[in-house]
Design a protein around this ligand. Structure first.
Ligand code: NAD
Length: 481
């Protein structure tokens, strides 16, 4: 069946949508229509939550299975995703502009890696632990699955970010309603196909792409026990308000404006360092929540750093995301390009100097491209230094000493990530200890499934990945014997 004839995946079946609403998904690079997908309405979410609820509440169902039995299903799902990796990665790169080289390493590899990681973890972390009580009697501490999870994801790394939710949730014994973004509704169908092929029990995973209002409806749905959200800080605030009112557990993975602190001894001439620097600052065409887009440069080497960063940005190949030589692809949509261009205009109006880029690439007449752009002489209080741009735009701010560099890095509403660039990795670790973020990189930045990821301040609440990610889908119960 062609992708666009596939409907919602609810209760283990392809289910017709309740309304004729459809979204058209276009290629970010050609602007041609890739396909259309039905868009979920409230009635579709009711059906999906009801299916997840039934699957969870079944007295012999998923939540009661032995972890080893659930792990076997997770591993089958990993295999089913691996079998689709090629199709998935090409589709995602067309949908959101992610260069295929990145898409293969991320979207095509991380979901199955996480499924296998959490399958192993579920088998090794005991569900029950007996503790000797201080009052002479023992207690049993149980880790019980949290229930029905509403997983809401953005478009920038749709499969990877969804797997950060469903892999630990399923390992814990929870059931899931996944609401992907309309912009990447097509790859969600491939994921649902994999769920069907892997023989995941009916209702354990349900997939309904939908817009914001229906997402908000899902968050407040009485049948949902936990919300796991990745997206913008503004949507995260609205979701937190709802969950606060309902006293509903919520994990929020939100925006960022992370700093790359270039220390006086940084080796910017090394090709290896340059490669890591580009990955840390301009990953996924700047459409990465953790990108270190604020470069803090020591005044003693300021001109040199501006020149090096500008040269790096200018050297990147901008073009078709499906071309393996491409470093920077287009933005996900015309609306996103408008937003990024609006910030570039603001930066210019605020008086900052564009050292490279600033426009659309002259050699590309189609696609939502923006040139890799570098602003120098940016004051940290400027809009382009404080707000998340989510495009290939870097700003450079000088600092006088390390104390000031750390102060500038922390002078942000966000606290998601960051990086430091130095020949002395131990000193880099010292700097990492002083910056208030959920993660940090020394001479590189890339998340690792074994370590918790998330933000402080406006970058979110809670953590995904690592054993901590599994704990996020488990309720603790103490039984006093
Ligand atoms: P967005 O907040 O507009 O949408 C994200 C998802 O939430 C979409 O599925 C959308 O339909 C849904 N949504 C929006 N408002 C909602 C509401 N009030 N209630 C329920 N659902 C709602 O974000 P986006 O533009 O799709 O993604 C980009 C943002 O995501 C950036 O801010 C980026 O930093 C952030 N992000 C964060 C992480 C992280 O792990 N911290 C990872 C990737 C992206």
């Amino acid at each position: 069946m062609p992708l666009e004839q596939k409907t919602f995946f609810i209760g283990g079946e392809w289910v017709l949508p309740s309304s004729p609403d459809r979204v058209t998904v276009s290629s970010a690079s050609t602007e041609e229509v890739l396909g259309t997908s039905p868009l979920g309405r409230e009635a579709d979410m009711d059906a999906a939550v009801a299916a997840a609820r039934r699957a969870f509440d079944d007295p012999c169902g998923w939540s009661t299975w032995a972890p080893t039995d659930r792990a076997a299903v997770l591993r089958r799902l990993a295999d089913a995703l691996d079998a689709r990796a090629d199709e998935l990665t090409r589709l995602i790169s067309s949908e959101n502009g992610m260069p295929l080289t990145l898409s293969r390493g991320l979207e095509g590899a991380v979901p199955s890696m996480l499924l296998r990681y959490y399958a192993d973890l579920a088998c090794s972390v005991p569900v029950e632990e007996r503790r000797d009580g201080l009052l002479g009697r023992p207690a049993v501490v149980r880790r019980e699955p949290v229930g029905v999870v509403a997983a809401i994801t953005p478009w920038n790394a749709p499969q990877t970010l969804a797997s950060g939710k469903y892999a630990p949730a399923l390992a814990a014994g929870a059931t899931v309603v996944l609401k992907p973004s309309p912009e990447t509704a097509l790859d969600a169908v491939l994921f649902a196909e994999a769920v069907a092929d892997a023989g995941v029990p009916d209702g354990v995973v349900n997939v309904v792409p939908a817009g914001r209002e229906v997402g908000a409806y899902l968050v407040a749905h009485p049948g949902v026990d936990k919300v796991a959200f990745t997206g913008s800080s503004s949507a995260g605030r609205a979701i937190a308000e709802t969950c606060g009112r309902l006293l509903r557990p919520v994990t929020l993975e939100l925006g960022g404006k992370s700093a790359a602190i270039v220390l006086e001894d940084a080796d910017l001439d090394s090709k290896a360092v340059q490669q890591e620097f580009v990955a840390a600052t301009l990953l996924n065409n700047g459409q990465a929540c953790f990108a270190s887009t604020r470069i803090l440069a020591p005044r003693s080497r300021y001109a040199e750093v501006v020149e090096a960063v500008s040269a790096l940005a200018a050297s990147l190949t901008v073009g078709d995301p499906l071309d393996l030589d491409t470093h920077v692809g287009p933005l996900v949509s015309e609306q996103q390009r408008d937003r990024v261009e609006g910030y570039i205009a603001k930066g210019r109006a605020e008086g900052s100097r564009v050292t490279v880029g600033g426009g659309r690439p002259a050699h590309l007449d189609r696609g939502w491209y923006v040139e890799p752009t570098v602003f120098a002489d940016v004051d940290n209080r400027q809009v382009i230094a404080q707000e998340e741009i989510f495009g290939p735009v870097l700003v450079i701010t000088p600092y006088d000493d390390e104390l000031q560099a750390v102060r500038l890095a922390n002078d942000s509403q966000f606290g998601l990530a960051g990086s430091v660039w130095t020949r002395d990795a131990e000193h880099g670790l010292e700097i990492a200890r002083r910056v208030r973020t959920g993660s940090f990189g020394v001479n590189r930045y890339m998340t690792d499934p074994i370590a918790p990821f998330g933000g402080v301040k406006a970058s979110g609440i809670g953590r995904e990945l690592g054993p901590e990610g599994l704990a996020g889908y488990q309720d603790l119960k103490s039984v006093y014997l």
